[in-house]
Ligand binder design. Structure first.
Ligand SMILES: [Zn+2]
Length: 314
């Protein structure tokens, strides 16, 4: 089945090694719109090219970038990086800021279908005036939980998925077991759980929660390797090792949720606080440590190649 990428449709058998969750650039949309002098586009492009090339040197053929509204999804940057590097880049549509329990008045004061329509537009027509099509839908529930507005976004994402047959990635906060509540809404909307990936599940090593979530049928994102201030590297690795041992290798996506540029923190903070948070940490330390723990080459191939292809073509 063809998967939409920035450079056009690619057969799901041609995705190769996939990083299932990385960002070319994550910046605060309203700040950027109002105070553009704070941003350096050339530097953002250079850093994105550098990170993508480093990943490609490690054998990565495809990167899934779940940037959407509020993360400053930028199809222009994506196209330039793809042209320069040849990476197969998969883009999304959706709303992230729902994490903060807020949707813009534009959508707040219209019928809920207004949201569904813009998501479907990105999937069927293209993103930001281009013919680059979104391949999946993105939404987010964090610690504050499913408020009225967040629920509206979740249901719109579910309905757009039903209309277009495209899969969903949902940001979650496992410490508050949000993955289960997200699945409640998707079940209610009749979404096939095999089309759902619950992102950031790897931020916990609570295996009871993870197994309860897996029993509901979604893929899970073990997707923040390197972001070790939330959960240590050792505990992240041990969790994936144990889940592989319990037979769940066919349900996990491995990634880092790194951003070549991120403005959420002051300069120098990421280098100090999360020095391993970049596009190649997976290959430098995570895979060797997983192998050390008994994860097989076949299981690694399943997690890095087959699972993302199955999810994107579901
Ligand atoms: Zn992310």
């Amino acid at each position: 089945m063809p998967i939409e990428t920035v450079s056009g449709p690619v057969d799901d058998a041609e995705l190769g090694v996939v990083l299932a969750h990385e960002h070319l650039s994550t910046t605060s949309e309203p700040v950027r719109a109002q105070w553009p002098h704070l941003y350096d586009e050339q530097r953002e492009y250079d850093l994105a090219v550098e990170q993508v090339r480093a990943a490609m040197d490690r054998g990565v053929k495809t990167i899934v970038d779940p940037s959407c509204m509020d993360l400053n999804r930028n199809v222009g940057l994506a196209r330039r990086v793809v042209e320069e590097t040849g990476i197969q880049l998969v883009m999304a549509t959706g709303i992230y800021g729902a994490k903060y329990t807020f949707i813009p008045p534009y959508f707040e004061n219209r019928e809920p279908t207004a949201l569904v329509d813009v998501f479907v537009h990105d999937i069927e027509q293209g993103i930001q005036g281009t013919d680059v099509k979104a391949a999946f839908l993105k939404c987010a529930v964090d610690e504050p939980g499913i408020s009225e507005h967040v629920e509206r976004v979740l249901r719109a994402v579910a309905q757009a998925s039903q209309r277009t047959g495209r899969p969903i990635m949902a940001h979650s906060h496992p410490a508050t077991r949000r993955g289960l509540e997200i699945m409640d809404v998707f079940d209610d909307e009749g979404v096939d759980p095999r089309r759902v990936q619950i992102a950031h599940t790897g931020d916990t090593d609570d295996l009871d929660y993870i197994e309860e979530l897996l029993a509901r049928g979604p893929f899970i994102g073990m997707d923040r390797f390197g972001f070790d201030i939330v959960l240590s590297h050792r505990r992240r690795v041990a969790t994936v090792v144990e889940l592989c041992r319990r037979g769940y290798a066919d349900r996990m996506h491995l990634s880092q949720d790194a951003a070549a540029t991120i403005d959420w923190f002051p300069p120098g903070w990421t280098e100090r606080a999360v020095p391993n948070w970049h596009f190649t940490w997976l290959f430098e330390r995570v895979l060797p440590d997983l192998r050390q723990g008994g994860v097989t080459e076949e299981q690694i191939e399943t997690m890095l190649e087959r699972n993302p292809a199955r999810w994107l073509s579901s």
